[in-house]
Write a protein that binds this ligand. Structure first.
Ligand SMILES: [Zn+2]
Length: 408
């Protein structure tokens, strides 16, 4: 707000003649606002150092208020059947919570706190990794590194969507379904992003220029779109048809993962000295040998994540002991992110060391497959998610929606 010259003068004069009374936070905030911008004739004109003191006092007490507030945590019996997790007995948030309760649950100990932070921090980490790469490569002019853009977008998106889903799915029942549609969609996009990066940098020489290589990305793209449709649709399948429900949800992700891993396994099994680039000859190793360790670690981490998710170990043997920390869903998140980290390390080694080899042997990804195909797949998956969300919001009787586990 503009203040005139005369008012400004009075304001300065008043500000230097401070008498600071005991006032509550709201009153002092109003006085401060008035002293600065409104009336030059205040009963309590405030000096700069006192203003700072008040700001400090207010912000500290607001911070304390947030920290002292705790979201109501509930036990297994107190929440709806759809919110319960096997062998997790306490730490539940209310079935439907307010926005402030959802935020509070992220800084208070509930059984979603670690799920949120593990994936939120991972998403932040992947952004930082990409920022470093942006400084290293010329993304504007170097077509060779373009496939890294959709790959890193996918690697960021799935933990980010998952953290949103875990943090805010309690807002209402519609929000829960939409959050998990986004979560499934992001995993499908990540599945295609991995296939794209493998085709661009990891593919073994023995699989190039054959039908498998020509169809690899199209099959991976179609399979990602189908997995998005199936996983979203699985939320409408009643619990009595649990086998069909699980087959649609887990089965298609497994199919997509196995298809994506075929070239990687083949590459590791047939590490070839033909791949040696100038740089790696100096180091005495082929790019395959250099990246293989990370690819093994990726598969091992993914194995641990899947095992924990499928078996509910360790909470299955100690119900109630791992409600807030150390349960199978936490292992799924942490080892899932580690798998992505190791995959990224392996891919980036190949990006640096296979450029020459891939160029000389006419194995580079064309710009359609490198950028337009991923764009098509990503937009198609978002269209699927949008359609399911519209259906839930406007056409589906949410009361009749089958009882459904809340997490993926
Ligand atoms: Zn999760």
């Amino acid at each position: 707000m503009r203040i005139g010259g005369m008012e400004k003068e009075n304001f300065k004069k008043n500000e230097t003649n401070i008498v600071y009374g005991t006032v509550d936070a709201n009153e002092s905030r109003n006085l401060l606002w008035n002293a600065r911008y409104k009336s030059p004739n205040l009963p309590f004109p405030l000096g700069v150092h006192k203003q700072f003191e008040i700001y400090l006092q207010q912000s500290t007490s607001a911070y304390r208020r947030v920290l002292n507030r705790r979201i109501e945590v509930l036990s297994f019996e107190q929440v709806h059947e759809s919110s319960r997790e096997p062998a997790i007995l306490s730490g539940y948030r209310p079935d439907v919570c307010t926005v402030s309760e959802a935020f509070l649950s992220l800084i208070s100990p509930t059984n979603e706190t670690l799920n949120f932070w593990s994936h939120f921090l991972a998403a932040t980490y992947f952004i930082v990794r990409f920022q470093h790469l942006y400084e290293k490569y010329d993304f504007w002019n170097d077509v060779y590194v373009w496939p890294l853009i959709p790959y890193f977008f996918a690697a960021f998106l799935y933990p980010f969507m998952s953290s949103l889903a875990h943090g805010f799915s309690c807002l209402d029942f519609n929000a829960r379904h939409i959050c998990f549609f986004l979560d499934y969609g992001a995993i499908s996009i990540y599945s295609f992003g991995s296939a794209l990066a493998y085709r661009a940098y990891v593919f073994p020489a023995n699989l190039f220029h054959i039908e498998f290589e020509r169809s690899f990305l199209y099959v991976a793209g179609a399979s990602s779109i189908i997995s998005a449709v199936f996983t979203c649709y699985s939320r409408f399948i009643p619990d009595e048809k649990r086998v069909l429900q699980k087959t649609l949800r887990i089965g298609w992700f497994a199919v997509a993962y196995i298809w994506t891993e075929i070239p990687l396994v083949s590459r590791i099994a047939t590490c070839s000295v033909n791949e040696m680039s100038e740089t790696s000859i100096l180091m005495g190793e082929s790019p395959c040998d250099m990246s293989a360790t990370y690819h093994y670690l990726q598969m091992a981490a993914m194995g641990v994540a899947t095992f924990c998710y499928a078996t509910h170990i360790p909470e299955k043997f100690f119900p109630g002991r791992f409600d807030l920390f150390g349960n199978s869903h936490h292992f799924l998140h942490v080892f899932g992110v580690l798998a992505t980290h190791f995959q990224m390390q392996g891919i980036l080694i190949d990006v640096d060391h296979r450029r020459e080899f891939l160029t000389e042997n006419d194995m580079l990804l064309d710009s359609f497959s490198g950028l337009l195909l991923p764009l098509t797949v990503i937009l198609s998956i978002f269209l699927v998610l949008f359609s399911f969300s519209l259906y839930v919001l406007f056409f589906y009787d949410i009361e009749n929606m089958p009882v459904e586990k809340k997490r993926m």
